[in-house]
Structures are given as C-alpha cells and as structure tokens.
Ligand binder design. Sequence first.
Ligand SMILES: Nc1ncnc2c1ncn2[C@@H]1O[C@@H]2COP(=O)(O)O[C@H]2[C@H]1O
Length: 928
Amino acid sequence: MGCSPSTLPNSASANANANTNAGPTAANSVPLSLDATEKDGSRLFCIKLRRSRLRRCSCGGVALQQGDGNGNGSTAGSATCGSGTGDNLCHQVLLNPLQAKNEADYEKLSTGKKDSIVTVAALGNFTHSVVRRATGSTGTGTSGTSSSGGGGNNRPGHRKSSLALALTPEDDPMDVYQRNLMDLKYPTVLPPNPQLKALLVFHKSDSICEAVASACQRHQLDVTLVKSKEEALDTLQKSYATAQCYHLIIIDARSSKNLDAEHIARTIRHTHGHHLTTIIAVCKKSFFEKDDVLIALLDAGVNRCVAETTNLAMCSVELKQILHSIIRPHNVMSTQQALYTALHRLKEVVLITDDVLRIQYANRATERLLNMRLDEIISKPLADIFVSDLSTISEQGKSIKEFDGILTVRRKNQEGIPMHVRVVPVACIGSAPTHLIFNFDVPGGQMDFIATLPQPKEAPRGSLHSVRRCSFDVRSIASDGLRRTSLAKLTSLPLEAPITKENCSADEARLIDKVLEFLKREGLYSPQMKEIRTDDPIATDLIGALLTGPSVYSSRRSSNDSIIRTGSSTRTATIVPAKMKANPIIMELLEESLSWDFDIFKLEEITDYHPLLYLGMEMFRRFDVFATLNIEENVCKAWLAVIEAHYHKSNTYHNSTHAADVMQATGAFITQLTNKDMMVMDRMEEAMALIAAAAHDIDHPGRSSAFLCNSNSALAILYNDLTVLENHHAAITFKLTLGDDKINIFKNLDKETYKSARSTIIDMILATEMTRHFEHLAKFVSVFGGEEPREHNPQSDEETAILMRRMLIKVADVSNPARPMQFCIEWARRIAEEYFMQTDEEKQRHLPIVMPMFDRATCSIPKSQIGFIEYIIQDMMHAWESFIDMPQLITYMQINYSQWKKYDEQGVNTLADVMAMQPPMVKLANSK
Ligand SMILES: Nc1ncnc2c1ncn2[C@@H]1O[C@@H]2COP(=O)(O)O[C@H]2[C@H]1O
C-alpha cells in the first residue's frame, strides 16, 4: 500500500536535496542523513545511511545518531548502500531490528531488498522511523527524514511539503499519487485522511496521563480527556450523533478499581461504528509479567497493551508505532470496504478462489450468472460450477499462469453456458499465487447477457419483486433429521384449493373437521395440513387450538366474568411515563439491539420489567421514527410507557417482554432488508411495523380467543367470536393513542398518511392471528416463491407489500423457536406455563378445555415444541429465510429442534425436567 514508484530526475538534484529536511526536531528525534543516487538513468535510487551515524541498539538493530543538519549528502561510509557506485544499490530497504542482529546482517538486509520501507531502531527509547522512498517529478528530487517526535510537520493527518520525505501515503502530497498511479501495475487506493482524534479515558490526570496526552499532542492528534466510563460512552455517543469519530481511544488500565478498562473496551467495541477504532490500554509494568490481565484486555477488544511510563519520548514512539501499524491499516481497511462494495455491485462477474481453486469470493453478478446464492457458492470447489475441465488453469505441481479462454459454466438447474473466462493469479503473500481472480464474460462481449438469463421472479427494480430472488432450493443445513421442506413444494401446492377429506384416514378426517371452520372462509389455503401426524396428540392439540376458530367449542358455559381484567380508560390517566435513566448497563445491552442473539430477558431484568419502553425508544431512534412521524421523543416515550403498562405483567408469556421481543425481531428484519438492498419498506412503513409489533398483543389476558369465546367474555361478544384478541389489540391501541394528546404519536400526520398508517398497523396486528397462518404463508410463497415474473403494477405491488409485512410480523411473533437455545427454552417455558394456567382455569370453571394435553401434570414440553416447530414454524421460517437471507434463523431452529428431540428421547418431559437440564444462568432467569 502506498509504495508509489518514484521518478528521480537526476542524482545531482537528489543529492542536493537529500538532507534538506534532516534537521532534528526534538530531543529524541533521530534525523537521517540520506542520499539518493540514480543508477544508469533508472528510476530507482538508493537511500544511503552513513555508518558514522549508526550505533548499536539494545535490541540488536542499528540506530542513527544525530545528524549535522548541514545538508551534507556525502556517500562516504554509507552503512547500507555502499559507495554510491551503484553496485550496492538499494532499491528500497526494510530493516527489521529483530532480524538485524549485527552490522553484517544489517548490511545484508539493506542491500538488494525491494521493500519500500526503511525501519530504524534507536537505542534505549525505541524509535521507529519509517522512511519511504523519495518522490517527486518536479526536478527537485526529494529526500529527507522522518522523526518520531517533535512538533515538526509530520502530522499524520496533514499533507506535507513535497520536499519532505513522505512517511505514509497520508503524508504524501496528492499530486504525487496522481503522477505515479500510471506507473503502477496494480494501482493503489488512498485511505481516508482525517484529522485524527484521540479520546483518553483516565481516572485522573496524573503524570502518566500527561505523558500520553503530550505524546498525542506531539503527533498533532485532537485530544479529549474523560474520567469515567459513563463520560467516555457519552462522549462517543455524542460524537456518533454528530458524525464525528475517535480514531484512537486510550484507556487507563492500571487499576480496575478506578476504571474497568476491560468492560470499557468491550462496550466500545460493541458500540455501533467502533469496530475499526483503535483501543489502547495503558497497563502497569507488572502486568507484563503474567499474561492473564493483558489477554483479558485484548479479548475485550483492546488492540494493544502498553506499559505505563512518564517518559514522553517512549510514549511518543509508542504512539507513532500505533499510528503506523494500527490506525493507518484501519484507515486502509475502510477504503477496502468501499472497494468491496464497488466490486459487489459490478455488472461484470468476478469470482476469486484460493490457490487450490476453492471459491473465496463471488460478487452479485456471479450469483446471477450461476443462479445460486452466495452460501451455495462460497467455499465450494471451483470444479462444482464448471462443466469444463479446469486442469488448464491449475494442474497439480504446475505453476499457475494467467488464463484466457472459453469454459463452460454449470448454471444451477440448467444446461452449461460457454463463457469467456479470464484468470489472473495474484500473490498476496510470498511469490506463489495465493489467489486467482476469475472474470467471466459471454463470448462476443454481449453486455447484458446476465440480465437475459432466467432468474427466479425477476421484475423491474424498485418493485417488490426486484428484491432478493430466492432459488427456493434451500439446502439442508443440519443432519438432525429435521425435514427441510422445499419451498418449491409449497409453491406447487394448488393454491386456493380448500382441503378435502379425500384419501384421509378417519383420524385425519376428524382433525380436518377441526380446521374446516376457518377453511370455509374465503381465501384460505392449507398447503401443509395433510402432513399433521394424528398420532401426536400434543401436536394436534396445540395446532388444532392455534389454527381453529373458537366456535368449534360450542358448549359454552355462561360466565359473567370478563377475562380482560382492567378497563383501558382507567389506566391511561394514571400512567406516568417511566423515567428512563441513561443507565450504562442498559445502554450497553441496547447496543446489540439489532442482533438476532439479543438477550431480551436480560433487558427485562435490568429495566425492572420495562423492556418495551427501553427497547422501543432504541428502535424508534435507530429507525428515525421521531422524524418520520414528526413527533417529539417525549410523546413516543409516553406512548411506549402507556402501551407497556397495558400489557399484563402477570402473564408469563403474553407480557411486554414478548412485545419487546417481537419489536426487536421486527427491527432485525428491517435492518436485514435494508442491508440486502431490498427497498421494500419506506421509513413510514418501517415505523408502522415497529408500532404494530410493540402493540400487537396489548392487553392480552393470557387466555386464548377460544377461551374468551367459551367463557362468553365481553370481548368475544363485542367481536362476535371473530379474531377476538387481535381485534382487541388493534382497537385498544388506537383508542389509547388517540385518547390522549400527550401520547398521540400520530397527531402530526396529515389525514391521508394517518389513514394509511392506521390501515397498515391494523392489518399487521390482525395478521398475527394464527387461524389464518397457512393462508398468509401460502400467499407469501405464491408471490415470493414462484418462478414466473409478475407484472409490475402499483396495485399488485401494494398487495405484495402487504403480504410481506404480514409475514414479517408473523415470523417476528413466533420466532422464539429460532432464537438461541437458552432463549427458545425460556419462551417455551413461559408459553407452556400460560397454557397450563388456562387449562387450570378451564377445569376450575368447568369450561371446555381447549388444549387438554396442556395440563401441567402430564404435558410433554419437548413434544409440544417439536409439534409446534414441525407444523407451524418450519415451513414459514424457510420461506422467510429464503426471502430475507438470515441463515441463523434456520440454524437456531435446527439446533433447538434437535435439542427438543433429544429431550424427548431421554424422557425429559415436564417443565421441571426441562428446567433441571438447563445451566444455572437459564435457571436463574426462570426463577424471576
Ligand atoms: N414456543 C411455542 N410453543 C407453542 N406455542 C407457541 C410458541 N410460541 C408461540 N406460540 C403460540 O403461537 C401463537 C402466536 O400468536 P399469539 O402470540 O397470540 O399466541 C402464540 C402462542 O399461542
């Protein structure tokens, strides 16, 4: 990076300028005396280091002594490059003090090497000077010096005069690159060149802190000093909000009593936008005698541990090394990230393999050409995607050369396609090729060839159909016996064909009777029903209860009790929005709030059972909901507090933690849709999805709709036994919101926007009703899983968007079996407990028992979960995963399924049995 070849116009001018910048700049700086000599008109030149200026370094390297500063560029006694006759011409030299044990070595190393850096170690205080070759085409051959200290002009964030010898690409004048790029075989890219900012986290401003601060100032860093973790996080958060950043964070790690450096580092590393921030820990010297403290710091995300010192020179040198070896590469990586993006979006097909032809990288055009998803391409042998023999490219034992010819590519599910393939080997480490770059082209160079290849459901960009195309031939991920349903199978099922009793056994017919109720309704589909195993009473019980409407339980007993325990109107007035403390532990946890592994139970605990308020505000902030609704944060906060207060804490499952969990999943899905460039939701739709998720089970009584109908509850009467709970959730959401200006998050929307927002929210909440589960799934698959491109028209686009949003909230609502295992088990515990309570009450009140198998005395939790996953979750998750591309959903689901199977085989049945198998952490959570 950055070793741009130089053009040296003539030796005389080079010599004349050799030492112009060699003056000492500070007590500890080591000026180099340099000379540049042209060899036979060649563009390369040597840097001559005078032997007289060298002294032995304690580490075995050679240090440079103070120069005379008179610009003398004599070649006499040159340590590295000899006399300047050209015989010892050093093209560019890398001197590693660890390698250069003596002067002979030193000479050996310094001759004939072509690296672009000279590294010099100085005695005592380790001085690390990096000297790049002189540059310049103006006839003023440049040469100079670098120094590790002083208030000179070698400020990393600033361009230097072209007369000075550049230290890093950042120090070079821009025009140097413009001049020299043409000379490069592989053009380099410039990293960004910001003014570097450092954040010092020191408990107090003692002499160590001062030395660090002075060193930073010496290197022209902007320094901010904070004295606590809270202050540090606050500063970082503010800087993030103002699009600033700290490149370097130095934490005082000398005493964990004063500052918990490990914790601070971990928090920073997990904070958005800080994966490339350089974190340094200043440690006691004694820490270096054992590795445990330092390893813990490094594991927490610290890049380097340095020993405390009050010596400014040592600090300065250490900092210089950090600037060169960590911060600058981080800057370079940020540019590489941009290159990756460019490569990924390129129309041309680019594929990279390692030296044994295993695929390492494929861009989006490759996916299109091969009609495969990235996870089907990456790490596969290249031979898998070629019909042609590849021995021409790489034969065992033969050196790999460039290739240019016609090869036939194997497109998934299709005939081979002959392609013009160009292969360029690249050596990234050493001289043998480590990678091969493949560039495919259609013979004849037809530009838009790939666009003409059949892709699943290709549609105009910008329409919902142009989002990620799925192959729907998803592979089996685990070999745990969980059947992976091909979505093709789902799509091939006759849609809009109600289930009939043909070919059914008596048992199956009985089961189907149970679902006929909902099948009678218009537009219901049931592509999966015939697969229900009637020998599994728990599954049929659960699935039957979930999928059927309440009217099958017609033997209602009269009851005057309403299950809804509290009137909504009384609550509104009494609710004062909870005060949200800027608690650092909560803030730290919320940093992960878009991760699929997010620990909602921990949030429940540390927010004192207000997870929805905290998570909700975080989601609203992250998705710009305040701006989208044109509403103050306080109104949103008050709205969330009221919504949360209307969830029943006494429910084990349907409480505000479940609402927060669904909102979190919704946020994760929206993020993934955005990351995948699937422009399927605008900001308003995102906001509506989050609001629907937050409110979707509000005022849930902890009893099912069937129970409410069977018990003649007021709600069942109100909603005529139809979609009782979901109707109530939607209605009460709007009643509460519109009933109080202080929480009316919609008050600034214009009429039309409000109307559309209301309709979206209601539709999403109603979609969580399970009786229409298969209808929603089948419609979703019919739109997103088919092979045929759909006509682009605004009306059908809107309909498709509705299907997508319904599926999004449905998956979020029942995603618990696809979460990390400890969470999945806790959710299973909570839902089972709620079902048990319902059965208890049904028995007690002599009501029909909706799910007799969910009796706490006899229920097998693993069996219920196996049934739930097999019948409800599995196909939906595959369909959704194929659309959204979050393989972790499937992976977790598979793992959890296997675990439930294992428990089942081991005879672990009751809730108590299952909980006894859990590690202490899970048990602890359960005891709450
Ligand atoms: N892990 C689970 N096991 C069994 N049933 C579940 C599980 N998770 C969710 N459900 C059911 O799926 C339903 C989805 O809609 P509800 O949230 O109204 O109620 C939910 C529960 O009845």
